[in-house]
Design a binder for this molecule. Structure first.
Ligand code: NAD
Length: 498
C-alpha cells in the first residue's frame, strides 16, 4: 500500500512515529494509502530545520523571495490539472471544484508576489528636530499551520505562502484525511527555488498538533477547522506564548427578500448549499425567506434544480456532487436528517437514499432540503457540514437579521435583493465577518482578508490580504537622531520631541 511520508528539509522522511492513518478514496469507499503520523520527535526535527533555515531566509531580500513566488505561481499553473486530480482522489470533490480551489490558492501566491511593496513599512521625517521615525515589519521566525480536510490545498496556501513571503519558515500539519496535495505543493515550491527547510510538512493527529502547540521555537500558529478544536488551539497556543489565529466552523445564512429574482436565488442557493457536498465553510446551510410566498416558491424552484443534479464520482466530467469525506461523516449527516424529521421540520427533499452505479461502497449522499426549520432545532443549531439546506421563514428583514445575529457563528452570510437601501441596512448591521449582496458565497479575493466573527474565529487577525501580512510580521519602530552634535549633557527627563 502506498505510504504518505513527511517532507522535512526538502526530503521525504518516514520519521520515527510508529502510528499511521488511513487515507481513502471516498468515491470508492476504499482505503488507498497509509499516512505516517509524526511523533513529538518528528515535529521537533521539522521545527529545528525550519529554525535553522530562518536565519538565511529572513535575510533573503523580498525581491528574491518574490522571484521564487513568481516561479512557484508558474509551476502551479502548469500542474493545475494534476493537483486538482489529487484533490479529487482524496477529498472526493468534483474536478471543476478542485480546480477552482487551486485557482483560489494560486491567487494568494499572486498577491504574495507583491511582497517587496507589501513590506515597505512607514516613515516619518522630522518627528523632532533631526529625528526621523520609521517602522519595519519583520518576520516572526518559525510559524505553523494546522488545516482541515475540506480545502487541502487552498487553506494551507492561505498560510504558508503568506508566512514564507514575509520571511518566516513554516511547518504545516495538513488534514490526515487528505495529506498528499500538500506534499506536491512542497515539491513544486522547492522546484521554484525555495531553499530546503523553509517549508516542511508533517502529518499526524492530536499528538503532532500538541507538539506544535507546545514547541518553544514556534512563534505563531494558524489554524482552520471546526469550532471546538479552534477554541482548543487558540487557548493552548496562547498559553504557550504564541501568536494565534484559529478559524472555526460556520452556519451561514442567506436572506431572500421578496423583491429578489427567485430563479437567480435558487441557482445561487443550490450551488452554495450543495456544492462540494456542503463541505465548505462558506456553504449556505440556512436560507431565510422573508415571507411565506418567497419560501413556498423557493422550495419548488430548489426541488426542480436538485432533481437535475448528477451525483457521481468527482472524476466524471458532468458530475455535480461527489461523495463526502468518510463513512462516519456520511452516517453523521444521515443521522441529522433523521433528527430533523423527529424535530418536525418538513423534509421536502430527502437525499439519504442515494445509489451511484459501480460505486456502492462510496460515501455518497444526495441533496436534502428541510422547510419550516426553527431556531430550537438541532439541525439549525449544529454545523452539519453536508448537503442539507434548512429553510426558515421570517416575516421581515429585521427578524431575519436578528436570527443571524443571535446565531453563535459569524463566518459568512448573504442577502438577495434588488433594493439598495435594504442591502445597505443588512451590510451595515449584520454581525458576520464576510457578507454577500446577491453573491451567495462571498469569499474575499486574496488581496482582501478572509475570516469570520464570533465562534467562527478565535484571535484578532483574518487570513491573507493585509491582515495576513500583519499576522506574519511584527513591527519594529525606530526613532533615529542624526544631529551634527550629539552631546548636550545627560538628562533623566521623560523624552519628548518638544
Ligand atoms: P477538524 O477540526 O476536525 O480538523 C482540523 C485539523 O485539526 C486537522 O488537521 C486535524 O488533524 C486537527 N485536529 C482534529 N482533532 C484534533 C484534536 N482533538 N486535537 C488537536 N488537533 C486536532 O476539522 P475538519 O473536519 O478537518 O474540517 C471541517 C471543519 O473545518 C468544519 O467545521 C468547517 O467549518 C471548518 N472550516 C472552517 C473554515 C474557515 O475559514 N472558518 C475553512 C474550512 C473549514
Amino acid at each position: 500500500m502506498k505510504q504518505v511520508q513527511h517532507f522535512i528539509n526538502g526530503q521525504y522522511s518516514k520519521g520515527n512515529g510508529q502510528r499511521t492513518g488511513d487515507v481513502f478514496n471516498p468515491a470508492l469507499g476504499q482505503k488507498t494509502k497509509d499516512v505516517c503520523f509524526a511523533s513529538v520527535d518528528d515535529v521537533h526535527t521539522a521545527v529545528c530545520v525550519a529554525k535553522d533555515a530562518f536565519l538565511k531566509w529572513s535575510k533573503t531580500t523580498p525581491l528574491k523571495r518574490a522571484r521564487i513566488l513568481f516561479k512557484f505561481n508558474e509551476l502551479l499553473r502548469q500542474h493545475i490539472d494534476e493537483l486538482a486530480a489529487l484533490l479529487t482522489e482524496e477529498h472526493g470533490k468534483v474536478l471543476s471544484d478542485a480546480k477552482g480551489e487551486m485557482i483560489r490558492g494560486i491567487e494568494v501566491v499572486e498577491y504574495a508576489c507583491g511582497i517587496p511593496s507589501l513590506l515597505r513599512g512607514q516613515f516619518a521625517e522630522n518627528v523632532g528636530t533631526h529625528v526621523d521615525s520609521y517602522s519595519i515589519p519583520q518576520a516572526l521566525g518559525v510559524c505553523a499551520g494546522i488545516t482541515p480536510f475540506n480545502f487541502p490545498a487552498m487553506v494551507p496556501m492561505w498560510m504558508f505562502v503568506m508566512a514564507i513571503a514575509c520571511g518566516n519558515t513554516f511547518v504545516l500539519k495538513p488534514s490526515e484525511r487528505c495529506p498528499s496535495v500538500s506534499l506536491r505543493l512542497a515539491e513544486l515550491f522547492k522546484e521554484a527555488g525555495l531553499p530546503d527547510g523553509v517549508f516542511n510538512v508533517v502529518h499526524g493527529d492530536k499528538e503532532a498538533v500538541d507538539a506544535i502547540l507546545q514547541h518553544p521555537d514556534i512563534k505563531a500558529v494558524s489554524f482552520v477547522g471546526s469550532t471546538p478544536i479552534a477554541k482548543y488551539i487558540y487557548t493552548e497556543a496562547a498559553n504557550h506564548g504564541k501568536r494565534v489565529q484559529a478559524l472555526g466552523g460556520a452556519k451561514n445564512h442567506c436572506v431572500v427578500m421578496p423583491d429578489a429574482d427567485l430563479n437567480v436565488v435558487a441557482d445561487g442557493l443550490v450551488g452554495a448549499a450543495y456544492g462540494s457536498s456542503g463541505q465548505r465553510c462558506m456553504a449556505i446551510s440556512v436560507a431565510v425567506a422573508v415571507g411565506d410566498i418567497v419560501a413556498d416558491q423557493l422550495v419548488e424552484k430548489i426541488k426542480e434544480r436538485v432533481e437535475k443534479l448528477k451525483i457521481a464520482p468527482g472524476t466524471e466530467a458532468d458530475s455535480d456532487m461527489g461523495p463526502v469525506i468518510t463513512k462516519q461523516h456520511l452516517e453523521r449527516i444521515q443521522s441529522y436528517i433523521d433528527t430533523g424529521i423527529n424535530e418536525d421540520a418538513a423534509l421536502m427533499i430527502d437525499g439519504r437514499d442515494c445509489q451511484v452505479p459501480d460505486h456502492e461502497d462510496g460515501f455518497f449522499i444526495g441533496a436534502s432540503l428541510f422547510d419550516n426549520v426553527t431556531r430550537d432545532m438541532k439541525i439549525y443549531q449544529d454545523e452539519i457540514f453536508g448537503p442539507v439546506l434548512c429553510l426558515m421563514r421570517a416575516p421581515d428583514l429585521k427578524t431575519a437579521i436578528q436570527i443571524i445575529d443571535e446565531n453563535p457563528y459569524g463566518n459568512g452570510t448573504a442577502i438577495y435583493t434588488q433594493h439598495g437601501a435594504t442591502a445597505h441596512e443588512f451590510v451595515s448591521n449584520i454581525q458576520v465577518g464576510m457578507v454577500g449582496v446577491n453573491v451567495p458565497i462571498p469569499v474575499p479575493m486574496s488581496f482582501f482578508s478572509f475570516g469570520g466573527w464570533k465562534q467562527s474565529l478565535f484571535g484578532d487577525t483574518h487570513t491573507h490580504g493585509s491582515e495576513g501580512i500583519r499576522f506574519y510580521t511584527k513591527l519594529k519602530n525606530v526613532t533615529a537622531r542624526w544631529p551634527e552634535q550629539l552631546t548636550s549633557g545627560a538628562s533623566l527627563k521623560m523624552p519628548t520631541m518638544e
